[in-house]
Design a protein around this ligand. Structure first.
Ligand SMILES: Nc1ncnc2c1ncn2[C@@H]1O[C@H](COP(=O)(O)OP(=O)(O)O)[C@@H](O)[C@H]1O
Ligand SMILES: [Mg+2]
Length: 376
């Protein structure tokens, strides 16, 4: 049976103590690969050669001591469990070491504590690493949000000259025939006008994502938001699946356009990513909207992709839960979707047949009807 692998750096001048420590840790189930160093220079080289899961240091060493070793580790910004194991030593020294940030201080004649102490420190270091990772991911999603805002700002700036461009192109292409414009030139002008119209659509689609956090909640035409999102996202799935829109009439929800766009974009991209790159049969993404009575609007994004096993159907909404390779998935999409939908007073969930596909549904409050005033 092989134990938990542990890359251990030992700062220890006694080979006997080395054997003792290794024996103790092996008996606790660690499968150790280690290097023993005795001097500052060796330590520095060993740190270069890392990474290490844990460092165990003697307190008294020829030429330097456990605290100096610890500060060398800290100077490199390494967050590795660092334990000092020492012969008899004064209480004050132990306290000074712990105050400096050494994770634990153990006596050589009480090595029974080493295994549990190391296990605890490894666990805590893993927790710290996880939190750092989460912070990095949050920064990333923050950057994405800022990027969206930047794009929306640029889109806004493009809008004014674009309006003039459209006007001039319209004027030029509808010029009276006595100006002797050739057929080719007329066609070119009409093409230019079409292109400008296309740019206008793109700009409109980008603007929908502007400032999701500042938008006030109000009436949103869900079908219109979906159309924009699908135009933007569609190139992702174009070669993999066909798109079916099945819109109900009057799908007016209470919410914010930008936030709903973010939600639908995440869901559509997930749906596209769930469909294999080289599908065997025909694949489909179906977008359905319905009003439910007068109180609610329901949106469904169906896909014929991989599906989701039952045991993961709640976990996928947890932040950072992803089954996608790094660089493709952050695991934040659904967590953000659920938060945004809840903030708008709605709910969302998923149904799925593994191997056949998934349906993500979003249940939104219907836009408020103008209050009917009844006289007493
Ligand atoms: N339409 C879908 N079909 C199958 N699995 C899905 C679908 N949407 C989401 N998932 C699963 O939920 C996980 C979390 O999704 P999400 O929060 O958007 O993060 P990410 O897409 O970055 O992985 C995905 O990694 C995937 O396993
Ligand atoms: Mg996603």
């Amino acid at each position: 049976m092989s134990g938990q692998p542990l890359r251990l750096l030992l700062i220890e001048d006694s080979a006997d103590d080395e054997l003792l420590l290794l024996h103790e840790l092996r008996s606790c189930g660690y499968d150790i690969s280690h290097v023993r160093v005795t001097s500052r220079e060796q330590l520095s080289r060993a740190l270069d050669a890392g990474p290490w899961d844990a460092i165990i240091s003697d307190y008294v060493l020829p030429g330097f001591d456990g605290l100096a070793a610890f500060s060398a580790v800290k100077q490199r910004g390494l967050d590795v469990p660092f334990l000092i194991v020492s012969g008899v030593i004064g209480e004050e020294t132990a306290v000074a070491a712990m105050k400096a940030g050494v994770h634990d201080f153990l006596l050589k004649d009480k090595l029974g504590r080493l295994g549990p102490a190391l296990a605890r420190e490894l666990r805590e270091a893993a927790g710290r690493a996880e939190r750092r990772h989460m912070q990095e991911q949050l920064l990333l999603s923050d950057r994405l949000a800022s990027l969206g805002m930047l794009a929306a700002g640029v889109a806004h700036e493009i809008n004014n000259p674009l309006t003039s461009l459209l006007m001039y192109l319209d004027l030029a292409s509808s010029a009276p025939s006595e100006r002797q414009v050739s057929q080719e030139d007329q066609q070119a002008l009409r093409n230019a006008f079409e292109c400008a119209l296309h740019i206008r659509d793109i700009v409109r689609d980008i603007k929908i994502f502007a400032r999701p956090d500042e938008q006030r909640l109000g009436t949103v035409d869900v079908n219109q938001v979906l159309d924009s999102v699908l135009r933007m996202a569609w190139h992702q799935a174009l070669h993999r699946a066909s798109l079916v829109k099945d819109y109900g009439q009057g799908a007016l929800a209470y919410g914010s356009e930008a936030r709903l766009a973010q939600v639908f974009l995440n869901l559509v991209i997930n749906a596209a990513q769930a469909i294999p790159e080289h599908p065997t049969g025909p694949q489909e993404i179906r977008v359905v909207t319905r009003t439910e009575g007068t109180d609610a609007v329901r949106v469904e994004i169906h896909d014929t992709g991989a599906g989701i096993p039952l045991e993961l159907r709640e976990r996928i909404f947890e932040p950072f839960f992803t089954t996608k390779p790094a660089g493709v998935g952050t695991g934040l999409g659904l967590a953000i979707c659920r938060r945004l939908v809840t903030e708008m007073g709605g709910r969302m969930g998923v149904e799925s047949q593994p191997g056949q596909g998934s349906t993500f549904w979003v249940h939104l409050r219907a836009a408020q009807q103008p209050a009917t005033v009844t006289s007493p």
